[in-house]
Design a protein around this ligand. Structure first.
Ligand SMILES: [Zn+2]
Length: 249
């Protein structure tokens, strides 16, 4: 399961260019786009939605600041620093943005910033709220939760899908934020970690890879895009199909 987090306008532009290549390669990525970013890039995201792209609610307010001179991205707007009423309002507005801009009713949510909103009481409140407003899935937790509870688990009527860790370092999120942007600055390690998962899949090992990438970090890298397309025979278009494939729904 492949998802793209789009936190900046650079991600929006990259996603618009990337999506047709991935679709042509047989992949059906999901998109988690903050509402304000969705609004700014509405034309491109509508084209993605019209081509089968499914969108998660990723909150409304921008939670990353892009320095257009350097390309540096600074994280902002952490739910952990907010009153519950405020982050609940942000979730509600994120829902309305996906609905109003794309005509889709999201049933899956991703909190801004992995590993920043994981106190047990926060997660319990989050899952209960998502359940109360009719959601079915969340993918808001880091690999530690998969090590503890499995590749997905139910809480308060919500099925939570932690993002996957690296096989070489199970607590490390397998993503472009940690392995490329804040890693060596190349995609070498990202590709090595993906290749390790692909090898297991090709050997018939049952597993779930819940992979998220930031479009701007990989869009110009043909080797990554080619490698991603090799996952097409194993890809799932969303949470519901993963659950039905695993015999849970
Ligand atoms: Zn984000």
């Amino acid at each position: 399961m492949l998802s793209f987090d789009c936190d900046t306008d650079a991600d929006s532009a990259a996603a618009e260019r990337l999506h047709p290549h991935l679709r042509a390669g047989g992949l059906s990525p999901l998109y988690a786009v903050a509402g304000e970013v969705l609004d700014s890039g509405a034309t491109g995201y509508r084209a993605i939605a019209d081509d089968g792209g499914v969108f998660l609610n990723h909150g409304f307010r921008r939670h990353a600041a892009l320095d257009t001179n350097t390309g540096a991205v600074t994280s902002t707007y952490f739910y952990s620093a907010m009153d519950p009423d405020d982050w609940k309002r942000d979730i509600r507005r994120g829902h309305d943005a996906v609905n109003d801009i794309l005509g889709q009713t999201p049933e899956s949510f991703r909190t801004p910033h992995f590993a920043s909103f994981e106190r047990p009481a926060d997660l319990a409140t989050l899952w209960q709220y998502l359940s109360d407003i009719g959601y079915r899935h969340s993918s808001s937790t880091r690999p530690l939760f998969a090590l503890r509870h499995g590749p997905f688990f139910s809480r308060a009527g919500i099925v939570e899908f932690p993002v996957s860790g690296c096989l070489s370092e199970p607590g490390q999120i397998l993503d472009s934020w940690g392995l490329v942007r804040n890693g060596a600055g190349t995609t070498d390690r990202l590709r090595a970690e993906l290749q390790a998962y692909l090898g297991l899949m090709q050997a018939g090992q049952p597993l779930l890879l819940n992979l998220y990438l930031d479009p701007a970090d990989i869009e110009g890298d043909d080797a990554v895009i080619t490698l991603l397309s090799r996952f097409a025979p194993y890809s799932a278009p969303g949470f519901t199909s993963v659950l039905s494939g695993a015999g849970h729904e």
